[in-house]
Design a protein. Structure first.
Length: 147
């Protein structure tokens, strides 16, 4: 639900930076708040809020490479982003496990993930306003010429 609603809102408002930064904040806050509860129901509810943020950010995020890059550079940029994402999916669980081994709790690993989201949010907000990133061109019908 958050994917469809948030990305449609981003397209309707023709705005990208806030529509990426806000879900990153929601995801980070949800992950951080989950460390405060011992009750599994409250912990799961806060992680569900984090999920809304994570999945709400994804479609807006993917508008950025296409706005900054074109042609072969766009393909290479998207491939690089996917590679880094795959590496994070591989190393993230190891890092959380290692932090749990060092601290005896999952809270440190979750707070590290939350901090990473806040860093990403800060980077997005630090970008100067780019009209190309914000603008969603309207599809145009082909022109018909009469001879």
């Amino acid at each position: 639900m958050s994917i469809v609603a948030w990305s449609r809102r981003s397209d309707r408002k023709m705005e990208r930076r806030f529509h990426l930064a806000f879900p990153l904040f929601v995801a980070s806050a949800g992950i951080a708040v989950s460390t405060l509860f011992d009750d599994p129901t409250l912990k799961m509810a806060s992680l569900a809020v984090a999920g809304f943020g994570i999945f709400g950010a994804l479609p807006v995020f993917w508008t950025f490479p296409a706005a900054f890059l074109s042609g072969p550079a766009a393909a290479g940029g998207i491939a690089l982003i996917n590679s880094i994402g795959n590496l994070a999916g591989f190393t993230g669980p190891f890092a959380v496990g290692r932090i749990k081994d060092l601290t005896g709790s999952y809270s440190g690993g979750l707070l590290t993930l939350s901090a990473a989201g806040l860093v990403a949010m800060t980077i997005v907000l630090a970008f100067p306003h780019q009209h190309l990133v914000e603008h969603v061109p309207e599809p145009r019908a082909p022109e018909i010429t009469r001879s």
